[in-house]
Write a protein that binds this ligand. Structure first.
Ligand SMILES: [Zn+2]
Length: 236
């Protein structure tokens, strides 16, 4: 819907309100990157839903939470949009923080099929990834710590499965208590020209974790932790 701008008083009124603005209102200092897309949907959950939909719902929830607190974020794609990994990373240039949002699975040997969907009790919880190839690695790691601490304070627990010494995992743990792993070659992290994190918010092949991941209470905890992380990143 377009808003008619014929009333002559409105621009003046808006300008008067902006006298109270502390800076450029709602400048995009942060990027949220909902992982995957409709055409590349990511992991399938134990209920048969696809990861990209969980990523979109979480990104939308966080974006609304932040907008209500005057923290404006840019999204790398719209819910129906397609974008390459390198183009996602390009949106990070000059920003305070790039945060890619994903939902997790586990290696095939731990998965059983239930009603045609992949399910597993192997892992549950969140994981945070950083890349030492990111030009702002130390700032990324500092932000990862703030995010992990906020998630732990809210009662969330990290998953240990990415640190296991098996094919497909074997990620170096930088902080087991906070759930922070090193993953140097993640394209969106290493190419981002800003501090950058990737959050696996929950393990959606785990039936209990999938129920949690779909709840408003869980998304709110993550949104509040992201808010604290962005306020920290702003000062770096
Ligand atoms: Zn993913």
């Amino acid at each position: 819907m377009s808003i008619p701008m014929k009333q002559p008083g409105l621009p003046l009124l808006a300008a008067a309100f902006c006298l109270f603005c502390s800076g450029p209102a709602l400048a995009h200092e942060f990027v949220l990157d909902p992982g995957h897309s409709k055409n590349r949907p990511g992991a399938k959950s134990c209920s048969g839903a696809y990861e990209y939909a969980y990523n979109d719902n979480l990104a939308g929830f966080i974006s609304r939470h932040l907008a209500a607190r005057n923290i404006a974020v840019e999204m790398t794609r719209t819910p129906d949009g397609e974008i390459s990994l390198t183009d996602r990373a390009k949106t990070a240039a000059g920003k305070k923080l790039f945060l890619s949002l994903h939902h997790d699975s586990a290696q095939p040997q731990f998965v059983r099929q239930i009603n045609g969907n992949p399910c597993s009790d192997k892992a549950e919880g969140y994981s945070i990834f950083v890349s030492a190839k990111n030009p702002h690695f130390q700032k990324s790691l500092a932000c990862a710590r703030v995010l992990g601490e906020a998630l732990r304070r809210s009662g969330l627990v990290p998953s240990a499965h990415h640190g296991e010494n098996i094919k497909g995992e074997n990620r170096k743990s930088l902080d087991a208590h906070l759930g922070i792993y090193l993953f140097d070659d993640l394209v969106v992290l290493k190419n981002a020209e800003s501090p950058a994190l990737l959050l696996e918010a929950a393990v959606i092949i785990n039936p209990a974790d999938e129920v949690r991941a779909g709840s408003e209470a869980y998304r709110l905890k993550i949104a509040q932790a992201v808010e604290q992380t962005m306020l920290f990143a702003k000062k770096l």
